[in-house]
Design a protein around this ligand. Structure first.
Ligand code: OSB
Ligand code: MG
Length: 369
């Protein structure tokens, strides 16, 4: 499969409401989308990088630079017939996983389409519907927070994740727990705590959380390992896991019991598969995280999450959690009886671009041959 042409788009899609987490606020989903062409077929991939380097060090600007000046030139004209071949092309570029991940996703989409199978089938996925939850951002007042959560529960979400920080943890979690004693509840700290907050972290055990996600620094597996010996709540690693090596170290140190696996954070699906298999052997539980993706990225994630070791609910919510208008024709809706979203049917990622909406949100487009 010879890579003949690549288009790189920058888009800005308005969110229904701003998303606040410990490190910033986002009002639009700014992202890069790539369309990779080979033999008359197009594969699509999303780079859900933020404009601000507060989640990973990458930004829209760095990802555009790495794509334009390194990854795309290295890929054009190459013959790629497997994930292994793809990984080789990118291996010289260090880091910049988000930039790599969109080309990786697009080529996986292409490979699946060329083989007339869905991406899920191509990857060996088993599930047809994916258990999902919803990630709730920090709210200015607790009444409004409870309303948001009630609304999501009414829609059928059976797992709620709350964004927390040292000054936004005990009170909101206590309030939620009092109203919903049996709710599957978890918290995501996005690295906002340190071991100086140990009393606060221990106090969270009382809320019977499914897990606490990334309490400590994005690069501090050692402290996470120590923290896990002091608290009952299982630690889930997000920002700490950027590749297979990080995963090996985390397992060796027992730095957490669960990993939030986002293909974009680990440089694409091919790396995600290796991490998936290692975690399966090591007894580390997985779930598929999200980056507030458009329909393209969420389709990729749904297919990946169909693999057998993704056993906990994913951060892949229905389209109406994020956008009034998405860039694909399909609308992902929640099956309210079991809090799942169907894996799209059809070849590749199984969704197609809504050209009218796409054009509305596109800011730049560059073509490379
Ligand atoms: O830490 O998982 C995270 C959104 C932006 C940045 C980081 C994170 C998140 C989410 C959103 O929690 C999950 C989703 O896509 O619905
Ligand atoms: Mg997280």
């Amino acid at each position: 499969m010879k890579i003949e042409e690549i288009q790189l788009y920058q888009l800005s899609i308005p969110f229904i409401r701003p998303f606040q987490f410990s490190n910033g606020e986002l009002c639009n989903h700014d992202c890069l989308i790539v369309a990779v062409k080979s033999e008359g077929i197009i594969g699509w991939g999303e780079c859900p990088v933020f404009p601000i380097p507060y989640y990973t060090y990458e930004t829209i600007a760095t990802a555009s630079h790495i794509l334009k000046d390194f990854l795309i030139p290295q890929l054009l004209g190459k013959s790629i017939d497997s994930l292994v071949a793809l990984n080789k092309v990118f291996s010289r570029v260090r880091g910049h996983n988000m930039a790599k991940s969109c080309l990786d996703a697009a080529i996986c989409d292409l490979l699946a389409r060329v083989n007339s199978v869905s991406l899920s089938q191509f990857l060996g996925g088993e599930k047809k519907r994916i258990q999902v939850g919803v990630s709730v951002s920090m709210q200015d007042n607790l009444i409004y927070l409870l309303q948001r959560i009630e609304d999501y529960i009414q829609q059928g979400y059976q797992r709620i994740k709350l964004k927390i920080a040292p000054n936004y943890a005990i009170q909101p979690l206590k309030t939620i727990r009092e109203k919903y004693p049996y709710l599957t509840l978890m918290a995501d700290a996005n690295s906002s705590f340190s071991l100086n907050d140990i009393d606060l972290l221990k106090a969270l055990d009382e809320f019977d959380l499914l897990m606490i996600e990334q309490p400590l620094a994005h690069d501090d597996l050692l402290d996470h390992a120590y923290l896990q010996t002091l608290i009952k709540t299982p630690i889930c690693l997000d920002e700490s896991i950027n590749n297979l090596h990080d995963t090996r170290v985390a397992i060796a140190l027992q730095a957490g019991k669960i990993i939030n696996l986002k293909p974009s954070r680990v440089g694409g699906i091919s790396n995600a598969l290796q991490i998936h298999d290692l975690c399966q052997k090591a007894g580390i539980k997985l779930w598929c995280g999200g980056m507030l993706e458009s329909g393209i990225g969420r389709a990729t994630n749904l297919h990946l999450a169909s693999l057998s070791n993704f056993t906990l609910p994913a951060d892949i919510s229905a389209t109406n959690r994020y956008f009034y208008e998405d860039i694909i024709h399909q609308v992902f809706s929640l099956n309210s009886s079991d809090s799942t979203i169907d894996v799209p049917q059809g070849f590749g990622i199984g969704v197609d671009i809504n050209q009218e909406s796409f054009n509305k949100f596109v800011q730049t487009c560059d073509t490379y041959r």
